[in-house]
Design a protein around this ligand. Structure first.
Ligand SMILES: [Zn+2]
Length: 250
């Protein structure tokens, strides 16, 4: 399932690298969450963009944000690629990888209302699930095909693997080593049923998983396995766990 290139130096995706913005409290589904307001965007866990409606603390909320709008009908994602985006093979290769390994289909948009546009951004970022209307995957020049496979995972509804409910069974989070302002990237996401990767055991090889040294302030690990050992970030392709999560979701 590997695409190409080594993931030795793969980087974790960020919407606005080196910007932490303002901390905000909102609700996502039934959970109170902390996110960051950066350049007008609601940034969650580094590279997930939440809509104002998704984080709204007012109004009736009888169902989680993700369950109502999260899935692409018939597992079909309509998309366009902005003409100004350099290195568009990052998009076509990432889409080819998803299509070769899952039942999700990506079709060029003609006149559909709900669709995804790949465009230039200041980092790598995506909304979580289908939000309705046009939505974006933003790709800076440093975002690789592997990073884009990860962002497409968010657009399909996947959260980061280390935010699963049960992650404390598998990992220790070393808050003292996390860069200031990035602590929330390691928060646990506990609205059940939203994240497909909550199924099965925590997958250290998931393309949605951070590495041991992601967002480290001091060169020391931010996440270790329970035995204290470290693990590498993987951004080559979808893991077996990613595929079963997507299979269950779609
Ligand atoms: Zn991400």
């Amino acid at each position: 399932m590997q695409v190409n290139a080594s993931s030795q130096d793969a980087k974790v995706e960020e919407a606005y690298p080196s910007q932490t913005g303002q901390s905000q409290v909102g609700r996502l589904g039934s959970e109170t969450i902390e996110y960051r307001k950066i350049n007008g965007d609601n940034v969650y866990e580094g590279d997930i963009l939440l809509t104002d409606a998704q984080v709204s603390t007012s109004g009736p909320r009888t169902e989680s944000a993700g369950r109502t709008t999260g899935k692409w009908p018939s597992a079909i994602v309509y998309y366009t690629i902005d003409a100004a985006l350099p290195n568009q093979a990052r998009v076509t290769d990432a889409i080819a990888h998803w299509q070769a390994n899952t039942t999700i289909r990506f079709l060029k948009r003609t006149n559909q209302t709900n669709y995804l546009t790949f465009r230039v951004g200041s980092g790598c970022s995506s909304n979580i699930g289908m939000i309705g209307g046009r939505q974006y995957i933003n790709l800076a020049s440093g975002c690789t095909t592997g990073n884009n496979i990860h962002e497409i995972g968010h657009a399909l509804g996947l959260f980061h693997e280390q935010t699963r409910n049960d992650r404390d069974t598998y990992v220790d989070i070393l808050t003292q080593n996390i860069q200031s302002g990035y602590e929330n990237n390691f928060a646990r996401y506990s609205t059940l049923g939203y994240s497909g990767s909550d199924f099965g055991a925590l997958d250290f090889g998931s393309i949605m998983m951070y590495g041991s040294f992601s967002f480290s302030s001091n060169g020391q690990p931010t996440i270790t396995k329970k035995d204290g050992s470290t693990f590498s970030i993987q951004r080559n392709g979808l893991s077996t766990g990613d595929l079963s999560g997507i299979d269950i979701m779609y």
